[in-house]
Design a protein around this ligand. Structure first.
Ligand SMILES: *[C@@H]1O[C@H](CO)[C@@H](O)[C@H](O)[C@H]1NC(C)=O
Ligand SMILES: *[C@@H]1O[C@H](CO)[C@@H](O)[C@H](O)[C@H]1NC(C)=O
Ligand SMILES: *[C@@H]1O[C@H](CO)[C@@H](O)[C@H](O)[C@H]1NC(C)=O
Ligand SMILES: *[C@@H]1O[C@H](CO)[C@@H](O)[C@H](O)[C@H]1NC(C)=O
Ligand SMILES: *[C@@H]1O[C@H](CO)[C@@H](O)[C@H](O)[C@H]1NC(C)=O
Length: 507
């Protein structure tokens, strides 16, 4: 009996290939996949607030304040492109109600300014420049509108909002993301937004666009404006358990291992303290951005970094400098995957060892469409890396082929010690599109990635080990994998806190 089945297996395995494993629901849609692959987007907060030194404009600023003397959207797009941001999202209308395009439904727009004698269109210019550079376009249309007089009248305002949405989604070519939030001032007029009508309209007019909000439907707010996702971050979610404007932070940050909707998280954060440009504010450092990258893109999310153009209509030199630093850091750390030096093997291979479609080596190929798959019904799932020479590293990168569903629940990384024993150096929960783990630097000849728990057979599309010489990973707790701030920085902020406390108490 045993002999017969081996015989049959050999015949069948050499004759016909085993098909790929069955995907596990929920799965991403095509626009959601395209969104996830874009990894980083640049947010552009721009409008009258840029000129009035405000964050939430009252809606009563004179339109003439909007006077960018050197507005150049090609510069914005180039800054995005040169620094690895593959989409830009513009505040076409912020809460003040001012429209950066000449809407037919209001005069509170670029039409009423002296910029280009009232014949300009920021949305149109950006759409054109982005398309030319191969950068994707996203638009933010604030539901809360502090200028429009019909705001507060449910039917009228929903008509107004959908009229404007239609303008934005029919005049400017392909739009890849529509961004809306539940922000609303206290004591603001009570009214209902017809979200379901809006979402249907958006999907009709731009079938390739994802809709962002606190509750999806396509991508969810991560729940904080610090740009951090949780260590555990599922793209699975229940939209019905979330409301726009009433976010449960923990649920949004972690997602839901039992969620029936695919709604990955987007981490929005500003390079400066405010969302709009203010003369006296300074940007974060390149290292700060690297830390944000680890905690957003490195936790299965998209990083939406706000870089606000200044009142000249240009992205400030200081911000550009910091973005270049960030790009340089990433390129030094990630350009060299040490795993390429290793001999790779899996604890088992779907279709047998000779089926290259599921071979362990596939994890060195970039992208999500080639992957390692273990044989069915295994009790353990391990990938081994043997290095001919000692390698030194402190960063692990793991990716899942998310078009097949998000599967891995828990995993850990072991290294081979000098006396031939396995030693655990890092562990994590959830992988998803892209997972980065930091841990104190190790030196070894061999390592293994062990999948401890998975919703279905785990699949791995990319595996990398890198050396980050900039982040002090020696003070990172590997049981927690949250990178802490650099020691000098912590000391400095301790001194600052002390000083601040002392100043406060003496006045
Ligand atoms: C706009 O910026 C781009 C890129 O920085 C530059 O090449 C171009 O000359 C600028 N255009 C104007 C009119 O200044
Ligand atoms: C704006 O209008 C003024 C007077 O109508 C004209 O002199 C000027 O050339 C115009 N500027 C632009 C940029 O069209
Ligand atoms: C999400 O929905 C699933 C059923 O589809 C359910 O099992 C799960 O408990 C829900 N999550 C929460 C947080 O209620
Ligand atoms: C805006 O940034 C540009 C650099 O891109 C700079 O030349 C200009 O002076 C800045 N404008 C203001 C008002 O700071
Ligand atoms: C697998 O491939 C190797 C070398 O390519 C070959 O020698 C071996 O016979 C193959 N085994 C099977 C079962 O096809």
């Amino acid at each position: 009996m045993f002999l017969i089945s081996i015989f049959q297996f050999t015949i069948f395995s050499s004759a016909l290939p085993v098909p790929p494993p069955i995907p596990v629901l929920p799965l991403p849609t095509s626009p959601q996949l395209s969104w996830q692959l874009s990894e980083m987007a640049l947010f552009l907060h721009f409008g009258p607030n840029t000129f009035t030194n405000t964050e939430w404009g009252s809606g009563h600023a004179d339109p003439s304040v909007f006077a960018p003397m050197d507005l150049n959207v090609t510069q914005w797009v180039n800054v995005a492109k040169e620094n690895g941001f593959s989409r830009v999202i513009l505040t076409a209308k912020h809460h003040d109600g001012f429209c950066l395009w000449p809407s037919d439904y209001t005069d509170y727009s670029v039409k009423s300014t002296s910029w280009k004698n009232g014949s300009g269109d920021v949305v149109g210019e950006l759409a054109e420049a982005a398309a030319k550079a191969g950068i994707q376009l996203g638009l933010y249309l604030s539901p809360w509108d502090r200028h429009e007089r019909v705001y507060g009248k449910t039917i009228e305002y929903n008509e107004y909002y959908m009229g404007q949405m239609t303008e934005l989604l029919t005049r400017y070519g392909i739009v890849k993301e529509v961004w809306l939030d539940g922000a609303k001032g206290e004591n603001e007029k009570d009214m209902e937004y017809y979200f379901d009508d809006w979402f249907s309209l958006i999907h009709q007019l731009q079938p390739g666009a994802v809709i962002f909000s606190d509750a999806g439907p396509d991508t969810r707010w991560v729940g904080d404006e610090a740009g951090y996702a949780s260590n555990t971050c599922w793209s699975l979610f229940n939209c019905s358990d979330a409301t726009i404007g009433g976010t449960d932070t923990k649920y949004s940050q972690q997602g839901d291992p039992f969620g029936h909707d695919w709604v990955p998280a987007e981490c929005d954060v500003s390079i400066r303290p405010g969302w709009f440009w203010h003369k006296d504010e300074v940007p974060k450092s390149g290292l700060d951005l690297l830390d944000l990258f680890y905690k957003s893109v490195g936790r299965n999310c998209l990083l939406l970094l706000n870089v606000p153009p200044n009142s000249s209509g240009l992205i400030s030199d200081k911000d550009i400098e910091v973005l270049r630093e960030f790009t340089e850091l990433r390129s030094i750390i990630f350009s060299h995957n040490l795993a390429e030096k290793a001999i790779l093997s899996g604890s088992s291979t779907r279709g047998g060892l000779n089926d290259s479609r599921f071979d362990a080596k596939n994890v060195l190929e970039e992208g999500i469409y080639s992957y390692w798959a273990p044989r069915k019904d295994q009790s353990s799932w391990v990938m081994y890396l043997d290095f001919p020479d000692l390698v030194t590293f402190n960063v692990l990168l793991v990716q899942e082929p998310i078009q097949m569903g998000q599967r891995i629940i828990r995993f850990h990384l072991d290294i081979l010690t000098e006396n031939g024993e396995w030693q655990k150096v890092a562990k994590g929960t959830t992988v998803g599109y892209r997972r980065l783990l930091l841990f104190p630097e190790v030196e070894t000849h061999g390592l293994r990635l062990v999948i401890d728990k998975s919703r279905a057979d785990p699949l791995i599309s990319y595996l990398g080990v890198f050396r980050d010489p900039f982040t002090n990973t020696n003070i990172v707790d590997s049981t927690n994998v949250v990178p802490k701030q650099d020691f000098r920085y912590r000391l400095l902020s301790k001194i600052q806190t002390k000083l601040f406390g002392w100043l406060q108490s003496s006045f």
